[in-house]
Design a protein around this ligand. Structure first.
Ligand code: AMP
Ligand code: MG
Length: 402
């Protein structure tokens, strides 16, 4: 049997990063930069007012006080967006708004609150420190500075900075495009009527969401019956430009294992020493004339999602240069004892109370108990050589929330 970490490495080696791409700002959101970003201009681009008030020479208002205001004629009105270049003559004031260009010669802005707000003449009731309430050109960014580095994830603020610098496109590591395919003749799309023996299909919507949560994009999420020709035809029809195919079901030891039957020559089907999620497969298949990596997950919904967490998510994120490819691993005190099969790494669903530092194992370990996984916030990771853990022991958990 292959170990969990061996299979993690195999899957990681399968998923290759896409070449860097230059995309419009909105499409770069949450992706990793593939190139440094250098400012082509300074921020602020020009000296501008930090307050609504009056641009003055500080020297003209040295004596101003509430009891003895200084009166100055207001010779210009400068709202934000005024584009003509102005100069302030001594012993005059310009009314000025926040963000408006400070006229040449002005050395301070007096806030409107320290004046009578006059439009013809203004009474100034406080003196001003030279430079007061003026945001200087280049104070934030000097043209030519590297403001963001390759590898950094494009956050909302990063998009804001790029836009402020007049940059309309960013060079990023593109999302992995993933085809998610469910197999099983018993599967019916949610909403349709069930015949005896049929069940609602639940892996496609679940794994598609998990792919997106990992930073990938889902190209399609169809289902196919347990028929080799139908399965291959569905792959052909849906592969499109996908960088990766993930299938569920049809890889165990029974008959009618469609994925195994169809891909036996191309995919390496293995047993991984873990619970749940023992039957796994990976490789490359030629579909629509193109070689595409494929990961075949087991069909039980819990096995499928746990396998995705353990093998696919870290590899997908690493291929997109996204941070924290692995879930944050924490230690917590187990609240009740539990057992684990010898020789297998067990991933139990759990509820972590991060503040108390405790974790409760949640639901039975068998792989069809999706109900518990749906409300769990962590996975307990129990090593291969551990068969019993006492309440009060410290265990490793994967935090699925943070
Ligand atoms: P398999 O790996 O195909 O043998 O499937 C194992 C178990 O998981 C069976 O009980 C299937 O009915 C169930 N299963 C497989 N695929 C899905 C799916 N997409 N949605 C819900 N249950 C599934
Ligand atoms: Mg099946």
């Amino acid at each position: 049997m292959r170990s969990v970490s061996e299979h993690q490495q195999v899957v990681a080696g399968l998923i290759t990063p896409r070449p860097a791409q230059t995309v419009p700002l909105a499409a770069a959101e949450s992706l990793a930069l593939a190139a440094d970003v250098v400012a082509g201009l300074s921020l602020p681009g020009f000296d501008n007012s930090a307050m609504d008030g009056y641009a003055v020479l500080a020297a003209d208002v040295v004596s101003a006080s509430a009891d003895d205001p200084v009166r100055l004629p207001v010779v210009e009105d400068i709202p934000a967006g005024r584009t003509d270049l102005l100069a302030l003559a001594p012993h005059t004031a310009h009314r000025i708004m926040t963000g408006a260009p400070v006229p040449a010669g002005a050395t301070a802005v007096v806030p409107v609150e320290a004046t009578d707000g006059g439009t013809e003449t203004v009474r100034i009731r406080a003196s001003a420190r030279p430079g007061q309430h003026i945001r200087r050109a280049g104070e934030d960014v000097t043209a030519g500075t590297t403001v963001m580095h390759a590898g950094q994830v494009v956050s909302p603020a990063a998009l804001g900075l790029a836009a402020a610098l007049g940059i309309g496109e960013l060079t990023v590591r593109p999302r992995q495009r993933v085809l998610v395919m469910s197999t099983g003749t018993e599967l019916i799309a949610p909403g349709a009527e069930l015949k005896p023996g049929q069940i609602y299909e639940s892996n496609a919507v679940m794994l598609a969401a998990a792919v997106r949560e990992a930073g990938g994009v889902v190209t399609a999420a169809p289902m196919a019956e347990d028929d080799v020709d139908e399965f291959r035809a569905a792959l052909q029809a849906h592969v499109g430009e996908s960088d990766l195919i993930i299938t569920t079901g049809g890889v165990s030891a029974g008959a009618y294992e469609v994925v195994k039957d169809a891909l036996g020559g191309e995919v390496d089907f293995v047993k991984v020493a873990m619970q749940p999620g023992m039957p796994q497969g990976s490789g490359h298949i030629v579909v629509d004339g193109r070689e595409v990596p494929i990961i075949t997950l087991p069909g039980n919904p819990v096995s499928a999602l746990v396998s995705f967490e353990v093998f696919v998510r870290p590899a997908l994120r690493a291929a997109m240069d996204l941070p924290q490819p692995h879930r944050r691993r924490r230690e917590a005190v187990l609240r009740e004892s539990c057992t684990s099969p010898w020789g297998k790494r067990q991933f139990r669903r759990g509820v972590l109370d991060a503040e108390a530092g405790t974790v409760t194992s949640y639901g039975p370990p068998a792989s069809h108990h999706l109900r518990w996984l749906a409300s769990a916030n962590c996975l307990l990771e129990i090593e291969e050589d551990v068969t019993e853990i006492e309440a009060g022991s410290t265990v490793a958990v994967w935090d699925l929330i943070d």
